[in-house]
Design a protein around this ligand. Structure first.
Ligand code: FAD
Ligand code: NAG
Ligand code: NAG
Ligand code: NAG
Ligand code: NAG
Ligand code: NAG
Ligand code: NAG
Ligand code: NAG
Ligand code: NAG
Ligand code: NAG
Ligand code: NAG
Length: 490
């Protein structure tokens, strides 16, 4: 009896911590359609409900990867915070499962998709510079490349995503690693305020004066309501330098040595991302370069001495630089999962572990599905990255830098979904063990919320913040309205 109860508790906790907790058992399609109709009747002309097979509906449910797309009963595009409020009240009172989609780049199924009501934020598309306050208002439905394109002519910029298509919403609610992070910190360290629709429908402006919500919203994802606008600190932006270069496998040792040395830099304007993809029996190397000035300092000289086989680096606008790396992350019809592997540095042995695992599992999984691509992505940020902000849901420990690092796995065959997820966890465990063996203090290093694979325990991402976050969630959302949406749940 006790054991059964314990097992049941463990099971419900597991369900509560991720994915879609509300079952659809009590929501047959006629219930769902009647909720859709209620919403349609309650919202203003600024907003609209769509049903399949309308093109707007298909846009609303679409995700970067098809493994994150589900057919909802209807979709709604709210156009005002007041309408979001109406929608949340209806969803809460009918206990209808729903999802909130920003840029749709979550790779965890059910985090921004649903078979209930899909909310898509695309109508919140304003980018407005406020020079007096040194901030930029950014609508929650924009992608970062759209924001950068609008800011290109203004001489200012914000600290956001590095790849075209990634949404402002999810990235900012989870932390946010940027080309400007070594200089200015995470995206959450560069938020001045939020316009938030609370779970009970109240529209609020949240700032650093709001102790608990301010803490929770900076890393706590969709637990506290729906954000309609982010007010971001602005920074002056000149032309930049960078792009990407590709290298043959025989340059691996050279790239490793240069990467290890690059981590000693003190110039925070310089960033690189090292991609180590294995696909169709081929292992290759790509380095994305960024320098926050029209001409780089000598910080990349050693890396640039390694002969490249393709790509290009040049002086270009920030917006153009972000666009230029787009082809490396072009949307495909492949299934996708990410997993974060936090390390404190890319030492030679940790670098080797990433490479060995990428090759080993790339070949192993490639034998099951020839469309497999396994990619290790290394992000050697500056040692001071967490010193630019104060207490937030993520990262739970700002005392020393953690390099988020991500493994990405793509495949085609839906019958292999479970094998792919468990293999990715295995790879991550192996690299984690290699970092421990290297003497790195990573036994409790926080996995980046926006990289963690579904099923990751909250403690692994939020550390000792979990208890406080659970209390805040219970106080802000006593009816557990946001629990009707998928994602990490406190
Ligand atoms: C190709 C690629 C490149 C990436 N590059 C980076 C990078 O450079 N830096 C980085 O830090 N991360 C990066 N990521 C990870 C990225 O931050 C996450 O995938 C992020 O969640 C995507 O946000 P989104 O709005 O596009 O996703 P969505 O799938 O739309 O949303 C993700 C989560 O946020 C919630 N959410 C979104 N908007 C709102 C809102 N307005 N209110 C409440 N909840 C909301 C959703 O409900 C969902 O749970 C990348 C991912 C990919 C696939
Ligand atoms: C769906 O649910 C509604 C109300 O809960 C009920 O009246 C109806 O009979 C159900 N339909 C089916 C097909 O179960
Ligand atoms: C914002 O969305 C509205 C309505 O969907 C559209 O008319 C407008 O062109 C969009 N603005 C931008 C800057 O994309
Ligand atoms: C939020 O701030 C904006 C801009 O200062 C203001 O216009 C609006 O009334 C505020 N909303 C609430 C609910 O306080
Ligand atoms: C830069 O490299 C990309 C990728 O190889 C290529 O598509 C593009 O044409 C190149 N641009 C220039 C100016 O050489
Ligand atoms: C990686 O593989 C190489 C060559 O097979 C081997 O020498 C090295 O020890 C391996 N490193 C790790 C960390 O597994
Ligand atoms: C790989 O992708 C191709 C092209 O999209 C597709 O035709 C094929 O079925 C896929 N292979 C597997 C094993 O699913
Ligand atoms: C998909 O995987 C299953 C299970 O391994 C296998 O039986 C099936 O043949 C695969 N399909 C394709 C198209 O390769
Ligand atoms: C990973 O997979 C290998 C090979 O299948 C297995 O030997 C090993 O025990 C697994 N490791 C973990 C941590 O699951
Ligand atoms: C090791 O990391 C933990 C958090 O993961 C931190 O609390 C602790 O202070 C670190 N120890 C050292 C010696 O840096
Ligand atoms: C809605 O929730 C907020 C935050 O918990 C609370 O301050 C406010 O009083 C609530 N409003 C209503 C009408 O219950």
């Amino acid at each position: 009896m006790v054991l059964t109860t314990l097992l049941l508790c463990a099971f419900s906790l597991a369900l509560l911590s991720y994915g879609q907790p509300e079952t659809l058992e009590n929501h047959n399609s006629s219930d769902l359609l009647s909720t859709c109709d209620k919403i349609a009747a309650a919202i203003s002309g600024a907003s609209q409900v769509f049903f399949p097979p309308a093109s707007e509906y298909l846009f609303d449910i679409e995700h970067f990867s098809p493994s994150s797309t589900e057919a909802s009963a209807c979709s709604v595009e709210p156009g005002s915070a007041e309408d979001v409020s109406e929608i949340l009240r209806i969803l809460g009172s009918t206990r209808t499962p729903f999802a909130v989609k920003g840029g749709g780049h979550s790779m965890n199924p059910g985090f921004s998709s649903t078979t209930g009501v899909q909310i898509t934020m695309s109508r919140f598309n304003e980018t407005r510079v406020n020079s007096a306050s040194g901030t930029v208002d950014v609508g929650a439905g924009l992608t970062w490349d759209q924001v950068y394109a609008t800011l290109e002519s203004t001489g200012v910029n914000v600290v956001g995503g590095r790849i075209p298509g990634v949404g402002v919403g999810g990235l900012t609610l989870g932390g946010g690693y940027s080309f400007l992070t070594s200089q200015y910190g995470l995206t959450v360290d560069n938020v001045a305020g939020y316009e938030l629709v609370l779970p009970n429908g109240t529209v609020a402006n949240v700032t650093s004066n709001d102790d608990d919500l301010w803490f929770g919203l900076r890393g706590g994802m969709n637990n506290f309501g729906i954000v309609t606008k982010f007010i971001l600190k602005s920074h002056p932006q000149s032309e930049t330098w960078g792009g990407f270069l590709t290298y043959a496998e025989n340059q691996l040792d050279a790239i490793k040595e240069m990467l290890v040395n690059f981590q000693q830099r003190t110039d925070t304007k310089a960033e690189v991302i090292v991609l180590l993809p294995y696909s169709s029996g081929q292992f290759s190397i790509t380095v994305i370069y960024f320098y926050d000035a029209p001409t780089p300092s000598r910080v990349f000289d050693d890396l640039l001495d390694v002969p490249a086989t393709g790509g290009n680096v040049s002086t270009r606008s920030f917006s153009d630089l972000v666009q230029s790396v787009g082809p490396l992350f072009a949307p495909t019809n492949l299934r996708l999962l990410y997993e974060g592997v936090p390390v404190t540095q890319y030492s030679p042995s940790v670098f080797d572990a990433f490479v060995n695992q990428t090759k080993l599992w790339g070949a192993r999984l490639g034998a099951l599905d020839k469309n497999v691509t396994l990619n290790s992505v290394l992000e050697p940020f500056d040692k001071g990255i967490f010193s630019h902000g104060s207490g937030s849901a993520y990262p739970p420990d700002r005392s020393h830098a953690i390099l988020p690092s991500v493994l990405s796995l793509q495949w085609s065959n839906t019958s292999l979904d479970k094998i792919m997820a468990s293999s990715l966890r295995n790879i991550s465990d192996t690299v984690h063990t290699a970092a421990l063996m290297d003497g790195q203090n990573v036994s409790h290093a926080a996995v980046y919320v926006n990289y963690a694979i579904f099923g990751t325990p909250l403690e692994d991402m939020y550390g000792r913040n979990v208890e406080r976050l659970r209390k805040i969630r219970a106080a802000i959302d006593p009816e557990d309205v946001m629990g009707l949406a998928g994602g990490w749940k406190f």
